[in-house]
Structure formats: structure tokens, C-alpha cells
Design a protein around this ligand. Structure first.
Ligand code: BV8
Ligand code: ZN
Length: 261
């Protein structure tokens, strides 16, 4: 991506260098280069499966096996995934004082493994499952081991058929604490960096508007167009794993790598 003096990358780096309470808002695209397919866009999960049947609460209650057939395969990519340079650059931007938090729609836990500290997980985290009948929980990895002979997996304690991962399904409310933390961050940040989201899933997709309406700089990193491109201060079209480390390098080179404390 060209980084001439008035390129979008240079604009973005200048705005980010001046941020002291920046917030990154991330979606599935930030994990694409870790090998986890996105939901929409080219090759996305929802181009193969129906989202409501697969990942809506009603669909899951009706037939949990539909979700578990998809999750059984998808889990292989989650298990092998490592944080990629995009996750690492976001953690570095937090350590250098430009970002104060990451608000993510992702449930893969890669921001935490990359070293980010203040993370708001809007759609939960996929590391555990909970029985909807008796509430008992167990690690998702342990359920994987019995999916070849038990689909849907049964609760070890009560034999219930609805072992649900601790992620938010369609038609399910977001965790109240996470949603209010995210609203607070969008309402107080001095820059919003939107990475790898199609901005189509609500209520998460309404958060960037809270920053836009306050007139703070909004940067977008995405190889495809998004609904907010025309309102952003800089649109960086390309993969986050390439763009974010370059952005971090320019911010550091600008000599403003850590704010005056
Ligand atoms: C709610 C969890 C109310 C699983 C997810 C009908 C029935 C029920 C609900 C609805 C309905 N119609 C509308 C709704 C509301 C619904 C909604 O918004 N639907 C949309 C799709 C129309 N929302 C909900 O249901 C929410 N709950 O409204 O509840 C309520 C309230 C109170 C009480 C009861 C009920 C719940 C929404 C959360 C659903 N859960 N996932 C899991 O993740 O394991 S959704 C799923 O979408 C993921 O969480 C994902 O993160 C999220 C958002 O998508 P993105 O992150 O943006 O990812 P996407 O694939 O779309 O885009 C990827 C982008 O990356 C692309 O732009 C691509 O270009 C880009 N990219 C690709 N490669 C790269 C890249 N970018 C950078 N670098 C790259 N290398
Ligand atoms: Zn149970």
C-alpha cells in the first residue's frame, strides 16, 4: 500500500499517532490471516451454511446437531489458529498508549493470546460450552473429542442435548456488561480503528456510529468496501495482517510512539 505524504496510510498514521484513547473495533477479518474463514465475503461460512439455521438460538433449540456439525469442522481451524501480525500490531498499539481497548465481535480468543489487555468480547468467547438444562459447563476442547460418536454432544451431568458454546447466537441478547462497556468506549474514544468487519451484524454494527457522530477520526482496514467507507477519515484497502504492522511502523517512526505521560 503506497505510503506517500498524503496517502490514506500516512493520514491514518498521523491520526493514530495523536490518539491517546483510541479504540479498535474488530470483526472476523482480523483473524482471516490466522486461517479462520470469515462469515461473509468471499468463501465466508454463511456462503456454505444458513446462519439462522446454524447459529440462531431458535434453530439451535430445534436441532442442536445442525450447529454442532458445522462447529465440529470449524473447531479444527480455531484449534490450529495463532495470532497473526494484525493481532500483534493491535496489542503493540495498546502497549504504546495509542489504543486503550479492543472491542471485538470475534470469539476466537486471538486478541488475548496476542497480548492485548483490555478486550471487550461482544459475542462471547468460544472456549467453553454450557448445558441449557442444568447449567453445567465444560471446555469446548473436551466436547470436540466425543463429536465423532456423539452428535449433538450430551451433557455429562444431566444427559441434556443442548450443550451450547458460550458465544452469542442470532436472536440472543449480547452480554449486558460487554455491550455497555463497548457503548462507553465508543462514546469516549478519541479515535476508532475498524478492522475486518462487514458491519452487518447488530447491535455491534451500530457502535461505530457513536464515534462518527462525535466527530472523532474513524479509520477502516478492509480489503472490501464497507457501509461506512464514505464517512471514514481514512480507508485502508487491504489485508489487516499487512496494513496494521505498516501502520504501527509509521506511528513509531513519527517519533510519537508513546504519549507524554
Ligand atoms: C440480537 C457468534 C436481540 C458465533 C455471531 C432475525 C432473527 C434473529 C435476529 C435477527 C434477525 N434479523 C436481524 C437480527 C438481528 C441479528 C443481526 O444483526 N442479523 C444480521 C445478520 C441481519 N443480531 C442478533 O441476532 C444479535 N442479537 O439482536 O438479539 C435480542 C435482544 C435481547 C434479548 C433477546 C434477543 C446477535 C448477533 C451475534 C450473532 N453471533 N457469531 C461465533 O462467532 O462463533 S455473528 C458473527 O458475525 C460473528 O460474531 C462475526 O464476528 C459477526 C460479525 O461479522 P464480522 O465480524 O463483520 O465478520 P464478517 O464475516 O461479516 O465480515 C468479515 C469482514 O472481514 C469482511 O468485510 C471482509 O471483507 C473482511 N476481511 C476479510 N479478510 C480480511 C478482512 N479484513 C481485514 N483483513 C483481512 N485479511
Ligand atoms: Zn446438563
Amino acid at each position: 500500500m503506497p505510503a506517500g505524504p498524503d496517502s490514506p496510510l500516512a493520514d491514518a498514521a498521523r491520526l493514530l499517532a495523536g490518539a491517546r484513547r483510541g479504540v479498535a473495533f474488530t470483526g472476523a477479518g482480523v483473524s482471516a490471516e490466522s486461517g479462520i474463514t470469515t462469515f461473509r465475503g468471499e468463501g465466508g461460512l454463511w456462503t456454505k451454511y444458513d446462519p439462522v439455521q446454524t447459529a440462531s438460538l431458535a434453530g439451535f433449540l430445534a436441532d442442536p446437531a445442525v450447529y454442532w456439525r458445522v462447529s465440529r469442522d470449524r473447531w479444527q481451524t480455531y484449534r490450529r489458529a495463532e495470532p497473526n501480525p494484525a493481532h500483534l500490531a493491535l496489542a503493540a498499539l495498546e502497549a504504546s498508549g495509542h489504543l486503550t481497548a479492543i472491542v471485538t465481535q470475534n470469539t476466537d480468543g486471538l486478541h488475548r493470546r496476542a497480548g492485548s489487555r483490555h478486550i471487550v468480547e461482544l459475542h462471547g468467547e468460544g472456549g467453553r460450552v454450557r448445558c441449557l438444562s442444568c447449567g453445567s459447563e465444560e471446555p469446548r476442547a473436551e466436547v470436540q473429542a466425543r463429536l465423532s460418536s456423539e452428535l449433538p454432544p450430551l451433557c455429562r451431568r444431566c444427559g441434556g442435548r443442548h450443550l451450547k458454546p458460550t458465544v452469542v447466537f442470532f436472536g440472543e441478547g449480547l452480554p449486558a456488561a460487554a455491550l455497555s462497556a463497548a457503548i462507553e468506549l465508543a462514546g469516549t474514544c478519541d479515535l476508532l480503528l475498524i478492522v475486518g468487519s462487514s458491519l452487518t451484524v447488530n447491535p455491534a454494527a451500530m457502535l461505530p456510529d457513536l464515534a462518527l457522530r462525535r466527530g472523532v477520526p474513524v479509520l477502516i482496514v478492509n480489503p472490501e468496501p464497507t457501509p461506512l467507507d464514505s464517512r471514514a477519515d481514512a480507508v485502508l484497502s487491504g489485508p489487516a495482517g499487512l496494513i496494521l504492522p505498516e501502520l504501527m511502523r509509521l506511528v513509531t517512526a513519527s517519533g510519537d510512539s508513546s504519549p507524554v505521560l
